[in-house]
Structure formats: C-alpha cells, structure tokens
Ligand binder design. Structure first.
Ligand code: ITT
Length: 193
C-alpha cells in the first residue's frame, strides 16, 4: 500500500514531476485532489517560511501529513530577484509575462548567472523538517524550447548547452533544484518509514 502524502500545490506541472519522482512508494495528492481551493497566503520573507506556512495549513485543516515547496529564480545581477516573487514578478501570474519582464529588466547586463532554488517543508507526525535544492546556471537573452514552465526557456544549467525548456522532463527531473530537494525528502521518508 502506497503511503499518502499531500503535496500542497495547485501547479499541475510540479505535481506530475514530483509524482514521477516519488512513485511507487507514495501516493501524492495535491490541493485539487483533497478539495482545497483556499489560496494559502505566502506571506513569509523566505522560501522556507512560505513552504512552512503552506504545509502547516494543510496539516491543521486536513490532518494528513504534508509537504510543500517554495521555489524561485535568483538572479545574481538583480540582487537575487525575483526570488520569492518569481511567480508574480511582472505583477501577473503568467509565465510568458514574467519571463519577458525579467529579460527587459536585465537588458544588456553581462553577468547572466542565476540559480533556481527550492525549499521543501515536510510536516510528518507533528514535526517540521526542511530540505533544500539548488541548481546554478546562466540566463539566455532569448527564450528557447517549449517544455517545462516558468523561466525554463531562458535558463541554461551549468554544464549543458540547452535550456531547461529544451530538456526532456525525465532529464530535468534528475538535475533540477526541485529534484535535488525532493531527493533529500525521499531519502528522509524512506529512512523514516
Ligand atoms: P505553487 O505555489 O502552487 O506551488 P508556483 O507556480 O507558485 O506554484 P513555486 O512557488 O515553486 O510554484 O515557483 C514560483 C515560480 O518560480 C514559478 O511560478 C516559476 O515562475 C518559477 N519556477 C519555479 N520552479 C521552476 C522551474 O523548475 N522552472 C521554471 N520556473 C520555475
């Protein structure tokens, strides 16, 4: 019997990436699956605070063990913006708008270094645990590729000459910030069964 865990997200791309990483040992439900339509406020100042707020909301209201992540892109030349504001950097929630807003803001900046970061908060048996994953890369000046989501079409991970949006999901899943944080979570969960 698979263990049930809620992944506190509405993002279907993220759900399918993570479901793939955790199967067959865990049945991963998302907010839609448990009927949670509340937009959990992310009022923290760090990825960890926001992730903790989301996981706590689910455990308090649905009484199922839960993990939540908060992720974003940190651009070195922009003092690590957009960071926790990645999903609404342009003022809207559209991926294309946010990506173009970022490209415009960077203009001709020559330091293109950036990293994706994920922090996962897991609440299991009443205890709160945190797991972090980071991938370093550089930002293209033009979007390339159709896969993935968010800033993937401009993010080229170090050691590759394609963007995340040109990579197969399976390949991104092996090296991404979310995958690295998730692998730490998985190792922890397998050790604590
Ligand atoms: P939930 O809050 O419902 O989980 P979200 O879209 O806000 O969904 P995150 O907090 O993880 O997801 O990420 C915030 C934003 O950071 C996301 O909307 C993207 O713009 C960007 N981002 C995060 N992970 C990414 C990835 O793997 N590829 C491209 N962009 C990503």
């Amino acid at each position: 019997m698979a263990n049930r865990l809620v992944f506190a997200t509405n993002n279907q791309h993220k759900t399918s990436e993570v479901r793939e990483l955790l199967k067959p040992n865990y049945e991963v439900l998302n907010l839609t699956d448990i009927g949670c339509e509340y937009d959990i406020p992310e009022t923290g100042e760090t990825f960890a605070e926001n992730a903790a707020l989301k996981s706590a909301y689910v455990v308090e209201n649905y009484h199922i063990d839960c993990f939540a992540d908060d992720s974003g892109l940190e651009v070195e030349a922009l003092n690590n913006e957009p960071g926790i504001y990645s999903a609404r950097y342009s003022g809207k929630r559209g991926d294309a708008e946010n990506l173009h807003f970022l490209l415009q803001k960077m203009g001709g900046m020559t330091n293109r270094r950036a990293r994706f970061k994920t922090v996962i908060s897991l609440i299991k048996d009443g205890q709160n645990y945190f797991f972090e994953g980071v991938i370093e890369g550089t930002l293209r000046t033009e979007p390339t590729g159709e896969k993935g989501f968010g800033y993937d079409p401009i993010f080229e991970p170090n050691g590759y000459n394609i963007t995340f949006a040109e990579m197969e999901m399976g390949e991104k899943n092996q090296i991404s910030h979310r995958a690295l944080a998730m692998q730490k979570l998985i190792t922890f969960l397998q050790q604590s069964v």
